[in-house]
Design a protein around this ligand. Structure first.
Ligand code: 7TS
Length: 418
């Protein structure tokens, strides 16, 4: 197939130019077999600007923050706090102090479950989730249910992978105190209409936590416009390094929440009898944070904004429109989630007679990196009656030709197992 097969993709982004910014995308998996990386849902690749920022922080500005009065420490502190301000602007937060640096999306959600939820939920209170949640937005609430006797309810997923929003009013009528919902499924790519869901949840008196681990890297979000009370996401899925993530919450919520982990930096004063917690967001950042990593997340935000979040979203829509029907034509291939829009370019599928792990292994032979398993969304797989799927996930640095290679390799796999 020729590049002109997805003219919309070409019109939106000059992907070849962008790919040159990602050193790893130039490598071969084996001699003569270029890497085709289709696992950005698990973690994204990093552009040179992010890698350089990380190295530069350690090579030129390495010092602990918020403590030293010497120049190096002041530089490190300023860079770390600049990154916080950048992230706040990126998600439309009212103030930088509403951005808490944590380890990853998982920790951000656990922070809410351990602090806000334990302070505000009583036995019998309801938390509303959905059937498509990643384990990171399910298990912390199950742990809370065990520890505190709260109840959980779930918005169902429809056969096409979309949420059954007709069930929402009935579920909200049960008076949940919190609704926690993913902004984009890591299995189906489905992006629920957040603003509408949050409006209904607020009307019913529930706060809303958005698991933005997949959404934030792929689509612009303005927390104030959409009305999110909490937003959790990870740097490593949005071109940043591992080890740093973000919890956004409105200042009033953060101020009312008890601290999470105790230790240095999260206190104002300590005596042998007790402590006074620091101001937000430091109250939630106990111990030495991932300093260079947070600054590199700032560089990732700069890079994403340079490309343009609207362009990234439009490109992935065009790529999906191009690839979805072609995937559906592969004989014996079944997609988990056929929803057309709005969605990201994530395709999870199973094939007659070929185990998902075998698919992934065959694809690796062609240099194509995909993941096989339940993708930390076991309940969603159970619902569709399959234990595992293979998942190809695309980011803006993936080309339509890489999608063609995937599809050609799937036809070959079909032949091998026929
Ligand atoms: N929420 C969603 C929707 C996710 O997809 C993931 C990670 C997380 C939360 C947790 O992110 P972490 O950075 O805290 O680990 N998803 C995946 C995946 O699909 N394959 O590997 C990780």
């Amino acid at each position: 197939m020729s590049p002109s097969d997805c003219p919309d993709c070409r019109r939106i982004l000059d992907v070849e130019r962008l790919r040159a910014d990602f050193p790893i995308l130039q490598r071969e998996v084996r001699a003569g077999v270029p890497l085709i990386y289709l696992d950005s849902t698990a973690t994204s690749q990093k552009p040179r600007a992010v890698l350089q920022t990380l190295a530069q922080m350690y090579q030129q500005h390495n010092a602990n923050i918020h403590r030293g009065v010497y120049t190096l420490a002041e530089e490190a502190t300023a860079a770390y706090e600049d990154a916080r301000a950048k992230v706040a602007r990126f998600i439309g937060a009212a103030e930088a102090e509403e951005v808490v640096f944590v380890r990853n999306a998982t920790e951000a959600i656990n922070l809410v479950a351990y602090t806000w939820a334990r302070a505000n939920l009583q036995p019998g209170d309801l938390v509303l989730l959905t059937e498509m949640e990643h384990h990171a937005n399910l298990v912390p609430w199950q742990m809370l249910a065990e520890a505190r006797g709260i109840r959980l309810a779930f918005v169902p997923v429809k056969p096409d992978g979309a949420l059954d929003l007709e069930a929402l009013p009935r579920l909200l009528a049960q008076g949940p105190k919190l609704m926690a919902v993913s902004g984009m499924s890591n299995v189906t790519g489905y992006q629920p209409p957040l603003a509408e869901i949050i409006r209904q949840a607020h009307e019913a008196g529930a706060l809303v936590l958005v698991d933005g681990a997949q959404l934030v890297p792929h689509k612009a979000i303005d927390v104030q416009q959409v009305g999110a009370d909490f937003l959790a996401f990870s740097a490593h899925k949005m071109l940043g390094p591992t080890g740093v993530g973000v919890l956004y919450a409105r200042r009033a919520l953060l101020e009312a929440m008890p601290p999470f982990l105790g230790g240095g930096d999260m206190i104002k004063r300590v005596t042998l009898d007790g402590f006074a917690a620091n101001d937000v967001p430091h109250k939630f950042e106990a111990g030495t944070p991932p300093i260079a990593e947070a600054v590199a997340l700032g560089a990732a935000v700069d890079y994403l904004q340079g490309v343009g979040m609207d362009k990234i979203h439009a490109y992935e829509q065009a790529l999906t429109a191009y690839l979805l029907p072609r995937l559906q034509e592969v004989p014996g291939l079944h997609l988990l989630g056929t929803v057309v829009a709005p969605r990201g370019a994530v395709f999870s599928f199973w094939m007659d007679d070929i185990h998902a792990h075998d698919i992934a292994q065959i694809l690796d032979h062609y240099g194509i990196a995909v993941r096989a398993g339940h993708h930390c969304a076991q309940p969603l797989h159970l619902k569709f009656g399959v234990p595992a799927t293979a998942r190809a996930s695309f980011y803006f640095y993936n080309t339509p030709e890489e999608g063609d290679h995937l599809i050609a390799a799937l036809y070959k796999a079909k032949e091998v197992f026929a």
